[in-house]
Design a protein around this ligand. Structure first.
Ligand SMILES: [Zn+2]
Length: 635
């Protein structure tokens, strides 16, 4: 296929991005380039220069918590010390796991495991309660698995076997740095893989996880205790909460918990503890010597097709900016995000919400009462734009000692974070909290708080610019804003009310009609051939509903403009999704990501709208045509 002959009517994505795709090179240390990834690289470049200047004392900031981020940055860069100490900083920690010989030992030390990120037979955390978004609940789920999804464990999945071999090889090499004997190392590794295989047969698949409203399964602690024995969850909760321990918890993955006795029992205990040891060991490598850190990244690199480790300065910036995400995000926002742009985008969001209400009212499949509920939900959406006004107090408690090794510092920090997370159970949900920091190139809708977050870093070209036309901005950030709002009404969000509580606000017939439309959206994508695999329509349905909703509402606004440029709108929409990725990464996303491949996001949604056909005179002879009766419009 020669690029010159590609007509926009046949392939919008290729026609707009073809030239770029021909020459773009994916950096060695990243799985993708283009679109989101380009912006992310730009942000990283500016911020790395700032961090280097901070570290040298050439630059200062008035955000107090930034000094910890800079100090951590320097610890990552102190490779002389890291390489000299090797695995030593982690030995005491690993010995503690090894010393656990019986379920009774584990029950005694389970609170320590919880605080220090060592895998228990169950995962426990504190989250806003889905039924009452003002309070928190303790939630439990099964253990993590090594491969990206349960489907990788199928006998006929060659990728799964290859990846497990890579993981085994990496784990064997890392184990050789420990004080375990050769025989022990072998046994630890065998047990790790055996325990992982047992777990993989029980836990939810990515498709099951994608329906997250189904995670809300309250159960009495007594009932959960009966499934997970000999692990004593009642003792753990008492150790963590004393007389304030809850008697009901939320089970996110009931099958994993109910069938637990089959894989976690006194007989399997050694297998479990060896698995926990190896997981903790590999998790630790990132903060040890450069050799260990690089070894510990092997599996992830193969999984994503990344060839090289990032430069050490990049690693240091990434660790510091992730660990101190809020202060770093506030610094980025205050330094690089203009008030004029903020006001402009907030106005755009408000306009999109108002237009969404109009569309809901015009909607033909909903009864009046359901429409009123939907409008109520739209009116209650809160907007978090750019970055928070201030850094929350918690971040000033996230400290370590000057003399700490990188490993010790990270241990202390994760313990502080975990303890804070645990303590949330006894506090109301803080709705002013931001789930994404200002320097992140992304956006999101949070169903539990019915709010949308647009970090400063995404508010750039091609998504948004004061210098772009209104039509282009609507096809870029406008459609993304509409997308996030649509998550309030996708197959998950539709189950939550305006306060973020899991509650049915639909009439029975309306919900049935909505389900039917959802089915149409699943079918539109299901089975599309892509890079030797097939799109799983169920896995990606919520994001596709959101893409179509975002396009619908922004096209509606286009009609109100004095001089709408629909061609510019669709071209910028395609520009936003331009992406080149390593083949391994494409396969990983296809199997586990709830978003459709970028090229399909660019090319599928337009076909559902008459504006696409009008803008480029698309007819049934063109590849990007679908018959009117097959077009899907939900919102
Ligand atoms: Zn989304």
């Amino acid at each position: 296929m020669s690029e010159e002959n590609i007509r926009i009517q046949d392939d919008l994505y290729e026609a707009v991005n073809g030239e770029w795709l021909k020459t773009a090179v994916i950096p060695d240390d990243r799985p993708t380039t283009g679109g989101f990834s380009d912006l992310d690289q730009d942000v990283e470049k500016i911020m790395m220069a700032d961090f280097a200047a901070f570290a040298k004392g050439e630059k200062t900031t008035d955000i107090p918590e930034m000094k910890y981020a800079i100090s951590l940055y320097k610890k990552v860069l102190d490779t002389e010390r890291r390489n000299r100490e090797g695995i030593t900083p982690a030995l005491g920690f690993l010995e503690k796991i090894k010393s656990v010989k019986t379920p009774e030992d584990l029950n005694d030390i389970a609170a320590y495991f919880t605080v220090n990120d060592i895998n228990l037979p169950i995962q426990l955390s504190v989250q806003p309660d889905m039924e009452n978004a003002e309070k928190h609940s303790v939630i439990v789920l099964g253990p993590d698995i090594i491969l990206p999804d349960t489907t990788y464990y199928a006998d006929d999945n060659p990728a799964g076997k290859q990846l497990l071999a890579v993981y085994s090889d990496m784990a064997a090499k890392v184990l050789s740095f420990t004080q375990l004997s050769g025989g022990e190392q072998k046994k630890y590794l065998e047990d790790t893989l055996a325990f992982d295989a047992l777990v993989a047969a029980k836990v939810k698949s990515q498709v099951e996880w994608s329906e997250y409203y189904k995670c809300h399964n309250p159960m009495s602690v007594d009932e959960v205790a009966s499934y997970v024995a000999p692990f004593d969850i009642k003792k753990l909760l008492a150790d963590l909460y004393g007389d304030k321990a809850p008697d009901t918890i939320i089970v996110y993955d009931p099958k994993a918990i109910k069938e637990m006795s089959g894989y976690y029992s006194a007989e399997n205990f050694e297998m479990y503890i060896h698995w926990a040891y190896v997981k903790a060991l590999i998790g630790s490598t990132a903060c040890l010597s450069e050799e260990l850190a690089s070894l510990g990244r092997t599996y992830r690199k193969v999984l994503t097709g990344v060839a090289a480790d990032p430069a050490i300065e990049k690693q240091a910036y990434r660790v510091a900016s992730m660990t101190y995400s809020e202060p770093v995000g506030v610094y980025y926002g205050r330094t690089y995000f203009g008030e004029e742009a903020k006001k402009d985008v907030v106005d755009m969001v408000k306009k999109i919400i108002e237009t969404y209400k109009l569309r809901v009212r015009k909607n033909t499949f909903l009864a009046q009462s359901t429409k009123e509920e939907a409008v109520k939900k739209l009116s209650a959406i809160e907007i978090k734009m750019g970055y928070p006004d201030s850094v929350k107090e918690f971040w000033s408690t996230l400290v370590f000692d000057e003399g700490d090794s990188y490993f010790e510092a990270m241990q202390k920090l994760s313990a502080i974070r975990n303890k804070e997370g645990i303590s949330r159970l006894l506090k109301p949900v803080d709705r002013t909290e931001w789930v994404m920091p200002g320097h992140m190139v992304n956006a999101c809708y949070n169903p539990s708080s019915n709010d949308i977050t647009f970090p400063a870093a995404i508010l750039q070209k091609p998504f948004y610019s004061l210098k772009q036309s209104v039509s282009e901005n609507l096809g870029g950030i406008g459609a993304v804003i509409g997308h996030e709002i649509s998550h309030a009404f996708d197959n998950n969000g539709a189950n939550f009310d305006e306060h973020g509580n899991l509650k049915n606000w639909w009439t029975e017939e309306d919900f049935a009609a909505f389900k039917e439309l959802t089915k149409g959206m699943i079918e539109q994508f299901d089975g599309i051939e892509f890079h030797g695999g097939k799109v799983n329509g169920e896995l990606v349905v919520s994001e596709n509903i959101a893409d179509n909703g975002g396009m619908g509402v922004t096209l509606e606004i286009m009609h109100t403009l004095e001089k709408p440029d629909f061609q510019a709108y669709f071209k910028n929409w395609a520009r936003v999704w331009c992406m080149k990725a390593k083949e391994e990464y494409i396969q990983l996303l296809l199997a586990s990501d709830v978003h459709s491949p970028a090229v399909l996001r660019a090319n599928m949604s337009p076909r559902n709208f008459s504006e696409w056909y009008d803008a480029f005179d698309v007819t049934k002879n063109d590849k990007m045509y679908i018959a009117p009766e097959k077009r899907i419009s939900i919102w």
